[in-house]
Design a binder for this molecule. Structure first.
Ligand code: ASP
Length: 328
C-alpha cells in the first residue's frame, strides 16, 4: 500500500477546534465581532498547544482548549450558553480518549463553570460514562469543580434570543443573532449553531475529541442533544480518527454521525475526508440536516467539513502558525 507523506514521516502534534456552524455571512458581521472571534479561537488554540508542546496528551489539550471557549461569552457553551424555555441554563459536554477508548460525558448540568472539565472527571474518576443533572452536579462538588452564579451565565444577547424564540413559540439553534429560528425541521435562514469542539493528535500519536454546548434556545422537557452522546457528537479511536460535531442535534443522534465517520474508515477503508464528506454532504444534506464536524486521523490529516455557510474554526500544527477562519 502506498503511504502518504504523513505516514512516512510521522507528523508532530496537531489541534483543531470549532465554535459552531451556521449561516455565518460576512455581510452580517462587524469587523470588531470578527476580531473578537478570531482572538478567542487563537486563545483556545494557544492553551491547547501549550500542553502539546510540553508533550502533554491530546486528551488534556482538547480539554484545555474548550475551557477557554467555555469562559468566553461568544460561544454557546459554558458562560455563553443559551437559555432553556424556563430561563435556566442546562449544558451538555463529552470527551473521549482515542488511546484507551475511555469516555466521559455530562448532560443537562447547571452552574458548572466548565462542563468539559466535569466530563473529563467523569472519564477519570467514575465507573460510568455519562452523568446527568443533579447527580452530575453532586459528583462535580465531590471533585472540586468550580460553580458559578446565575448572573455569571446571564448574557443579554442570549436573553433577547430566548424572548424572541418564546414570542414565536420556536426552538432556536444558535448562540447569537435574531433570525436563527428553527422548530421541528430547520426553517429560517440566519442560523448559527454555536457549540464548541476540539480534536487533537499529540506527539505520541494519540487522538482525543471533546465537545461542549448549551444546546438550543427555548429547549424544553430536559431536551438533550448530540453533544454529550459518545458516537453522535463526539468520538475518538487511535485506530482511525477523532471527531467533534456541531449542528442540528436530533439528526446527529439519529445518524450517529461521529461514529459513522470512524466506521466508514474502519470497515470500508475510506479516507477521513471521503467519510466525512459522505456523512455531512450526502447523508445529512439529503435529510435537510444542517451541521458539520472537525476531525483528525491517526496520521494527523485534519478536516473541517460542513454543509452551512460558515464554521468558526482554527488549527495549529507543530512548527506552524495558528490559523483561524470563519466563512466557507
Ligand atoms: N448540536 C447541538 C445540539 O443540538 C447544537 C449545536 O451544535 O450548536 O444541542
Amino acid at each position: 500500500m502506498l503511504m502518504t507523506t504523513r505516514e512516512k514521516n510521522g507528523p508532530g502534534y496537531c489541534l483543531v477546534i470549532h465554535g459552531g456552524v451556521g449561516t455565518i455571512l460576512q455581510e452580517n458581521m462587524s469587523a470588531e465581532k470578527e476580531k473578537a472571534y478570531e482572538l478567542s479561537l487563537e486563545a483556545a488554540l494557544k492553551a491547547g498547544e501549550e500542553i502539546l508542546e510540553r508533550k502533554g496528551s491530546a486528551l488534556q489539550a482538547v480539554e484545555a482548549a474548550l475551557r477557554v471557549m467555555e469562559d468566553s461569552p461568544l460561544f454557546n457553551a459554558g458562560k455563553g450558553s443559551v437559555f432553556t424555555h424556563d430561563g435556566t441554563i442546562e449544558m451538555d459536554a463529552s470527551i473521549m480518549d482515542g488511546r484507551t477508548g475511555a469516555a466521559g460525558a455530562v448532560a443537562a448540568v447547571s452552574g458548572i463553570k466548565n462542563p468539559i472539565s466535569l466530563a473529563l472527571k467523569v472519564l477519570q474518576h467514575s465507573d460510568h460514562v455519562m452523568l446527568m443533572g443533579k447527580g452530575a452536579e453532586q459528583f462535580a462538588r465531590m471533585h472540586g469543580c468550580v460553580f458559578e452564579t446565575e448572573a455569571y451565565f446571564h448574557t443579554d444577547a442570549r436573553y433577547e434570543q430566548l424572548q424572541m424564540a418564546q414570542q414565536q413559540d420556536k426552538v432556536v439553534l444558535d448562540h447569537s443573532g435574531a433570525n436563527t429560528v428553527m422548530a421541528g425541521n430547520v426553517e429560517n435562514g440566519g442560523r448559527k449553531l454555536g457549540t464548541i469542539g476540539a480534536v487533537a493528535r499529540d506527539a505520541a500519536g494519540n487522538l482525543a475529541a471533546a465537545t461542549s454546548t448549551g444546546g438550543m434556545t427555548n429547549k424544553r422537557f430536559g431536551r438533550i442533544g448530540d453533544t454529550p452522546l459518545i458516537g453522535a457528537g463526539t468520538y475518538a479511536s487511535n485506530q482511525n480518527c477523532a471527531v467533534s460535531c456541531t449542528g442540528h442535534g436530533e439528526y446527529f443522534i439519529k445518524n450517529v454521525v461521529a461514529y459513522d465517520v470512524a466506521a466508514l474508515m474502519a470497515y470500508k477503508g475510506w479516507s477521513l475526508q471521503k467519510a466525512a464528506d459522505y456523512v455531512i454532504n450526502k447523508k445529512l444534506k439529503a435529510q435537510q440536516a444542517e451541521g458539520g464536524l472537525i476531525a483528525i486521523d491517526r496520521w494527523g490529516n485534519y478536516i473541517f467539513t460542513f454543509n452551512t455557510e460558515g464554521m468558526y474554526r482554527g488549527v495549529v500544527e507543530q512548527g506552524k502558525a495558528i490559523e483561524t477562519r470563519i466563512y466557507q
